[in-house]
Design a binder for this molecule. Structure first.
Ligand code: CUA
Length: 433
């Protein structure tokens, strides 16, 4: 038997402890992205029960092989001193055994394969479950479906309430959505929601482990039907799971499941533009008409800043509709899209879901971190907001706009006013670290 020196043994023992710790570090109780607890809806639960069966089969195979190995080791090893000719009887070839160990795994894999295909088919099928939603004063029969668009480095969610055939269309050819959000997808509870997943730049992968498995977001393609369902109101966390560049790890998202009534209120609020008082609305009208008017208060200064500095990428309905256009954004950004900020204050995270807009404990509006983000986005989230090349000035992510302290303070106040403020339940549940 090989003997190790004491120092080698110490090193081996140390290595084993480190490996064990690494192994244990993968375990966490109620982690945000736990794939085996707090599962909601038939999709995630079917995946979990299938996984459990496969695991049991794998355990059985593992212990069977281990048992046979231990048996052979115990019974057929040379005991005591080895002497020439101590070999046990050597045999070669055993047809029965060879058939058995070829057929058994093949059969096992075939059984798992049949169930895999069954699960695959059920995950890729969809039920018709139209619900009534009031959109702009009219009741619409909506087959719950949301277009999910990945881009460096945030997720966009589009809601098309009209009778639009969304699948098989490319993102550029989709009609303008009725409403668009970033980072947080709001859904009604207890309903199957179909997701049409695509990308504007590179391949991303959409994953909300509590609600379903992963699905790639591939530019120029619409994913096969995918769906999620939350049985209980709550916030379900997700993360981009396809390496997509510098801020891949900061490309997070959340699903917020609300009771139907609250979902309706959310839709109603999102369909409206920014709520301005008469004076400020008149100020916007003057700017739209091309008049040069000095701003009279903080909101008007913020409107002015937003129009001159933010609106080349961001849309804020009711403030800069006349300036914003998809073509103009495409000239600025590789992805050709930036979050719609009309109801920024109704979301609880921004910058790819890594910063809290409201303190999850106190519920206070988190103005300081928003100021930092506006002052130097690159410090908060690596954006690589540099021109692509000498002849291509498009960027990825939010650049530093060189805003003054005054401009930042005004913008923060404007952004805070763009609610409606989410419920305390959402603020508390959606907090990120
Ligand atoms: Cu998007 Cu990783």
């Amino acid at each position: 038997m090989t003997r190790f020196s004491p120092s080698t043994r110490r090193a081996l023992r140390f290595g084993a402890v480190v490996l064990g710790l690494v192994f244990l570090s993968a375990c966490a109780g109620d982690a945000e992205l736990d794939t085996r607890s707090n599962l909601q809806g038939p999709e995630a639960q079917d995946i979990e029960s299938f996984l459990r069966w496969v695991l049991w089969i794998a355990y059985a195979v593992f212990f069977a092989v281990l048992g046979v190995t231990l048996y052979a080791w115990k019974n057929f090893r040379v005991k005591g001193e080895y002497e020439e000719g101590d070999w046990p009887e050597q045999i070669h070839g055993n047809n029965t055994l060879e058939y058995a160990w070829t057929a058994a795994p093949a059969l096992l894999l075939a059984v798992i394969g049949v169930f895999t295909i069954g699960l695959h088919n059920s995950l890729n099928s969809s039920d018709s479950n139209p619900i009534n939603v009031v959109v702009g004063g009219e009741t619409v029969n909506w087959e719950p479906e949301i277009v999910v668009v990945g881009q460096q480095w945030w997720w966009e969610y589009q809601y098309h309430f009209g009778d639009v055939e969304l699948s098989a269309q490319r993102i550029e050819t989709l009609p303008t959505a009725d409403l668009t959000t970033a980072t947080q997808m709001v859904i009604p509870v207890g309903q199957e929601i179909e997701l049409e997943i695509t990308s504007r730049d590179v391949i991303h992968s959409h994953w909300i482990p509590s609600l379903n498995g992963k699905r790639d977001a591939v530019p120029g393609r619409q994913s096969a039907p995918w769906k999620i369902q939350a049985d209980e109101p709550g916030v379900y966390f997700g993360q981009c799971t396809e390496f997509c560049g510098l801020s891949h790890s900061r490309m997070r998202m959340q699903v917020i499941a609300l009771p139907m009534e609250e979902f309706q209120d959310w839709v109603t609020a999102q369909m409206e533009g920014v709520d301005l008082d008469a004076e400020d609305a008149a100020y916007v009208d003057q700017l739209v008409a091309g008049e040069v008017v000095p701003p009279a208060n903080s909101t008007q200064r913020a409107i002015d800043t937003f129009r001159t500095k933010c609106s080349s990428c961001h849309l804020m309905e009711g403030i800069a509709d006349d300036l914003w256009s998809a073509e103009r954004v495409a000239e600025q950004l590789v992805a050709g899209a930036a979050p719609n900020l009309t109801h920024f204050g109704s979301r609880t995270t921004y910058a790819g879901g890594i910063v809290n807009l409201y303190d999850p404990e106190t519920g206070d509006f988190n103005a300081n971190e928003l100021r930092e983000w506006l002052a130097n986005p690159e410090d908060v989230k690596a954006n690589y907001a540099l021109p692509v090349s000498d002849d291509d000035s498009r960027m990825r992510g939010m650049p530093n706009l060189g805003l003054s302290t005054q401009e930042i303070d005004d913008l923060v106040a404007l952004l805070e006013s763009t609610g409606p403020r989410p419920s305390d339940f959402i603020i508390e549940e959606s907090g990120v670290e």
